[in-house]
Design a protein around this ligand. Structure first.
Ligand code: DLL
Length: 432
């Protein structure tokens, strides 16, 4: 099912022509309406006329999260405040939130890209979509909500949390689609199990999961535990919110809605564009946004692009499932570690619960990594040998993947805090 075949299946040359035209218009608009961009372009000796097509995109300056913070709250808006119909904000770990704004046209496009995303995952007007992303300043809830209404589905705007209510409505209203973070999906599966609800007794068939990194192994786990197909939805507030890209039913990369967002992959070190197929930092330029157009926004997310035509018929470029951010990476004794590497190993072993936490400390100026993993109660009641055996097995597998020594601590069910939104996978106590 394709929501907007004209754009989603457009011939590459035609798409580049659309992108070129929209890019030139955007550059012209930000130059004249956003002092921040005018200054940046002037510093580079650039005028709008220097950007003639998408081939010139790498001449443009980058934008970072810090730039949004420096211009808090509305300094990068390209329209008068009276044109803004909504704001969202994402709270970082430090400092002021990042504020984003939308014009009425922007909200229309936001709904369109989420509609395309839901359709790509196989949802339609016949579905009942339970939106369990948080509603509010976070873009997840309202983003999914508008897209779901656009395709004519029935929306249950339950928001995040309130797990028992989620299960009750899922049963009573016969929800067919659940939209939430992958970590919350696991939590729901766990709660179902505890309440004696069999996934087979539900009408659920599709999950639309995103807002945090998750691995292929996690996808299989969720699909099995909830007896559904689990699709990946990607996005970020600065660029729009959810629905910048989405899996199609072939689950082989997320189609980016490129008539609105131009992706590039750059080296995070040299900031130069990488060759097609290489993994690097994903950068987006918005080309239809009115309120907050951004040039070459550095997402910090690491992935690669695939321009091959997909089995589904879409030509829209695909980004590989994004399992890490450059600032999600922890450096332990000089070695780069991503939580997703640990997740893959644990789920592959398959003898633990899918709940884990990385705790980094510094003892006598040496970094240490302890990994907490939940296991079934019976490991604790059984003879000690079982616990030791599993600890050793996990330690060996994790160490050979990461290349550093780690400490494994098997903990009882529910020791690790469950999240209703984005999961926290790392506690870094090093103060660096
Ligand atoms: O998380 C928007 C969203 C809501 C996406 C609901 C999907 C579903 P932010 O809070 O601004 O926006 O966080 C954006 O979250 O740069 C990624 O690092 C991460 N992220 C989002 N989706 C995915 C995904 C929303 N599918 C940041 N896989 C992004 C991996 C994701 N990481």
């Amino acid at each position: 099912m394709i929501w907007n075949p004209h754009y989603e299946c457009m011939d590459r040359e035609e798409m580049r022509a659309v992108q070129s035209k929209r890019l030139c218009d955007t550059v012209d608009r930000v130059y004249h309406n956003v002092p921040f961009y005018r200054n940046k372009m002037q510093q580079l000796g650039l005028e709008p006329g220097d950007i003639k097509s998408i081939d010139d995109i790498s001449k443009l300056p980058f934008t970072t999260k810090q730039d949004l913070r420096d211009n808090y709250p509305f300094g990068l808006f390209a329209v008068p405040k009276s044109e803004i119909v909504r704001v969202h904000a994402s709270s970082g770990t430090t400092g002021k939130p990042t504020v984003v704004g939308y014009s009425r046209k922007d909200i229309g496009i936001f709904s369109e890209v989420v509609a395309r995303s839901l359709y790509a995952a196989g949802a339609s007007r016949d579905d009942i979509i339970q939106v369990a992303y948080g509603y509010g300043l976070f873009t997840g809830g309202l983003g999914l909500h508008y897209g779901a209404e656009k395709i004519g589905a029935t929306v249950i705007p339950i928001s995040g949390g309130n797990t028992q209510k989620q299960l009750q409505l899922m049963q009573d209203f016969e929800s067919t689609v659940i939209a939430c973070t992958p970590s919350y999906a696991l939590y729901l599966a766990e709660a179902m199990d505890e309440s004696g609800i069999s996934p087979d007794s539900l009408s659920l068939k599709i999950g639309v999961f995103g807002a945090e990194p998750w691995t292929e192994e996690m996808r299989h786990k969720i699909e099995k535990n909830l007896n559904i197909k689990a699709y990946d939805i990607y996005g970020l507030s600065e660029i729009m919110g959810p629905g910048v890209a989405n899996d199609c039913i072939y689950q082989n990369g997320l189609h980016i809605w490129e008539d609105h967002f131009i992706p590039e992959i750059i080296s995070p070190d040299t900031l130069t564009p990488l060759e097609q197929g290489q993994i690097g930092e994903l950068v987006f330029t918005t080309i239809t946004k009115e309120a907050l157009p951004l040039l070459r926004y550095r997402t910090r997310d690491l992935t690669r692009l695939n321009y091959d035509k997909c089995q589904c018929g879409r030509t829209a470029v695909r980004m590989e499932k994004c399992t890490g951010r450059s600032d999600d990476m922890i450096i332990i004794r000089g070695v780069n570690v991503f939580p997703s590497q640990v997740e893959s190993v644990l789920l592959e072993i398959g003898e633990t619960k899918p709940h884990y936490l990385l705790i980094v400390e510094r003892e006598n100026s040496l970094d240490t990594l302890e990994i907490w993993v939940e296991v079934d109660d019976y490991y604790f009641s059984d003879e000690i040998g079982k616990l030791e055996g599993l600890t050793k097995k996990i330690k060996h597998a994790v160490e050979s993947t990461l290349g550093i020594s780690v400490k494994i601590k098997l903990v009882e069910p529910k020791t690790i805090q469950r999240s209703e939104g984005k999961a926290k996978r790392v506690i870094d106590k090093r103060n660096i």
